[in-house]
Write a protein that binds this ligand. Sequence first.
Ligand SMILES: O=C(NCCCCCn1ccc2cnccc21)c1cc(-c2ccc(F)cc2)cc(O)c1O
Ligand SMILES: [Mg+2]
Length: 214
Amino acid sequence: TWSTRPQRILRAVQQSATRGDPRSVVRAIDQFCRHKEWAMNVGDEKGCILDSVVSELNPSTVLELGTYCGYSTVRIASLLPPHAKLITLEFNPDFAAVARQVIAWAGLQGKVQLVEGASGDWIPKMKEQFGVKTFDLVFLDHWKDRYLPDTKLMEECGLLRKGSILLADNVICPGTPDYLEYVRNSPRYKSQYFKSHLEYTKAEDGLEKSVFLG
Ligand SMILES: O=C(NCCCCCn1ccc2cnccc21)c1cc(-c2ccc(F)cc2)cc(O)c1O
Ligand SMILES: [Mg+2]
């Protein structure tokens, strides 16, 4: 049977990255996706913006929607303080299986809880299942038509507090127009666009950082 792209990404990590060294895992995936096969990781250019938001915020509780192969999971988890927790949600079991191995290769499995399922099902259960009060940071990188409904769901479930940060990937490409309109016009958010490029390409894309005002 033929390997899948996530499996080829995992092999590239196992062949080129050093166990326990998150930066070498990130570098191995970027090299593979730039020179061998494009894949929908947030990538190094937008990844640096992600790193700066995480480092500045120093969050204790992080939710990532859309794990894929664990590239952004590794970037975020490697920057978290000792007792911080990252919950990452992946719908596709094959992606989740690869991501678990990538996260383990980076030595970050102790900081990461990977949950398999759909955001609409899991967001209402976060408090009872994981003892989460509110999230300091949410990284949105899943189905683009779920960014807005899931943001409203997180508000309704009391998962956001004054100062919680939403950081959304792909607001230009593939695009999330309804989400952008909401966070840029709602009095409950202060929004800022970080112009960048679609991972490993010259096409425009960017991250939208939105602070929940309560
Ligand atoms: O589609 C993208 N990501 C989402 C993948 C599926 C997520 C599924 N999923 C995970 C958790 C979860 C929880 N609940 C429900 C569903 C859930 C994506 C696409 C592009 C892209 C592709 C082609 C192109 F030509 C240009 C750009 C670039 C990106 O950076 C992307 O992120
Ligand atoms: Mg993305």
